[in-house]
Design a protein around this ligand. Structure first.
Ligand code: PAF
Length: 287
């Protein structure tokens, strides 16, 4: 069922609650791909009822980012959700979410600000205000849907860590389920932004997962010095790759590491054909 209004969503969910059903929320910005599909499947396995939100959230995009051209594919998203037995697709307008004609700024709206140490690193460095926008919309979706579980992909590792922190710090009674990265056979992590890449761009983008896999295999061979591990990335980069960062940090707190250990995560952000791509890998795990 496709719903655009908060009130209609609440009405449906109230009925489910009366029958004692559990509810799972999969927050998305639409342009659904197999990565989202894995979240939906996990939600279906875990909960009686599943809500997918489909909303390109304006307040998480910077002024020079791709908000206007971000792919909007509601019809195809609906087909996929119907096939998977999703109970509600919630696709609100910005007016519905933030108030009609509301100026979208923290001068006039209440925003959720995640902690400085969690945002002043990795993607947050180049995307000022991005995680405020993400946490604000996610908390609003949590309050609208009031799910028991919410499902997020490890692909946006910093995002999940920050959302878990928000849920913990603000006593939000929702269990966050993190699902593994889904990759193309080539190794390319699935992302709605892959749609911007040409075939050649997709090939060039494989460097991200190659760099991460190589760091992990060096770590497994006993190299723990973070600078040495990061240095290995340069063996793969060419003039087609505009590296934004390669970092190895603690997988719970995002703190920098000097020596990598089994709690480390390696993360990369790199532009290919001017498309900003991210990927990550846990060094301690076998996947
Ligand atoms: O990961 C995303 O697609 C978005 O950041 C989210 C969590 C749906 C919030 O808009």
């Amino acid at each position: 069922m496709l719903l655009h209004n908060i009130e209609d969503v609440r009405k449906e969910i109230t009925e489910w609650r009366k029958s004692g059903l559990t509810v799972g929320l999969v927050p998305t910005m639409g342009a659904l791909h197999n990565g989202h599909l894995s979240l939906i499947k996990k939600a279906k396995e875990t909960c009686d009822k599943v809500v997918v939100s489909d909303f390109v959230n304006p307040i998480q995009f910077g002024p020079s980012e791709d908000f206007d051209k971000y792919p909007r594919t509601l019809e195809a998203d609906m087909d996929l959700c119907n096939k998977e037995g999703v109970d509600i697709v919630f696709a609100p307008s910005a007016d519905e979410m933030y108030g009609e004609g509301q100026r979208l700024s923290n001068d006039t709206l209440t925003y959720v600000c995640p902690p400085f140490f969690y945002v002043n690193t990795l993607c947050g460095k180049s995307r000022t205000g991005h995680f405020d926008g993400v946490c604000t919309v996610v908390l609003k979706l949590f309050n609208i849907v009031q799910p028991d579980y919410a499902f997020f992909g490890q692909k946006d590792a910093q995002q999940v860590i920050i959302i878990k922190k928000m849920v913990n710090d603000l006593n939000v009674p929702i269990k966050i389920i993190q699902c593994p990265i889904v990759r193309e056979e080539s190794g390319l992590a699935l992302s709605s932004r892959n749609k911007y890449l040409t075939e050649q761009g997709k090939k060039d983008a494989l460097v991200l997962s190659k760099i991460l896999n190589n760091i992990k295999s060096c770590y497994k061979k006993g190299i723990t010095d973070v600078s040495a591990l990061k240095e290995t990335a340069y063996n793969f980069l060419t003039e087609k790759h505009d590296l934004e960062y390669i970092e190895i940090v603690d997988k719970y707190t995002l703190e920098d590491k000097i020596k990598a250990d089994d709690n480390s995560i390696a993360l990369i952000a790199c532009r290919v054909e001017n498309v900003r791509l991210i990927d990550n890998i846990y060094l301690g795990e076998n996947s």
